[in-house]
Design a protein around this ligand. Sequence first.
Ligand SMILES: N[C@@H](CCC(=O)N[C@@H](CS)C(=O)NCC(=O)O)C(=O)O
Length: 222
Amino acid sequence: MNGNPMKLYAHPFSSYCQKVLIALYENDTPFDYLMLSPDHPEVMAEHEALWPLKRFPVLLDAGRTVIEASIVIEYLDLHHPGPVRMVPEDPEAALEVRTMDRIFDNYVMTPMQKIVGDHIRPAGNRDEHGVVEARRLLDTTYAWLEGTLRSRRWAAGEAFTLADCAAAPALFYADWVHPISDELANVKTYRERLLARPSFARAVDEARPYRALFPPGAPARD
Ligand SMILES: N[C@@H](CCC(=O)N[C@@H](CS)C(=O)NCC(=O)O)C(=O)O
């Protein structure tokens, strides 16, 4: 590791970037924020050179490129740990954290992005059936989470972890496009608890100026 700060290529409104920002803010980890925006074409070019798939966030640390939000958080836990451990030492506890992380990415974030993405498709090329399926998947996941979160303060138990970094932006935006029913009190309360967590509250505040970019239109709340 050299003495230069890590670089995070990111955008504040991006859900996967917020996932990593939460982990960085939890531990007050120093890094340089490289904003991905057409106003900074040189940053966009650096980002593409590092990761031709152009997905974000991307972390650059001492010449090492780290991709995929979950892996970035695991990397931070390994190489730049702080007081808040994102993945527990105990392998069984770690398994539960990684399971919940996958659930939020695959079954909340992905259908949420499907619904959002449909709004930027050209008219006449929308995927109505895919959106119906995404909404059905969200309903099933919300219902499953209602039972799973009944006895948990955080996604995987009593400690805030990687799974909560995944859950926060996923449930935040999913509720905007496919509201969580009032009957699902555990899920709604958990989303509120995430919003009250200072690391996520900071990420949400930093993203506020970009709400007009939300393709379906952002609700006047949160
Ligand atoms: N599996 C990736 C997903 C990252 C991702 O989809 N990021 C979005 C922003 S939230 C993105 O790169 N969008 C640009 C695109 O799809 O071209 C991860 O976990 O980091």
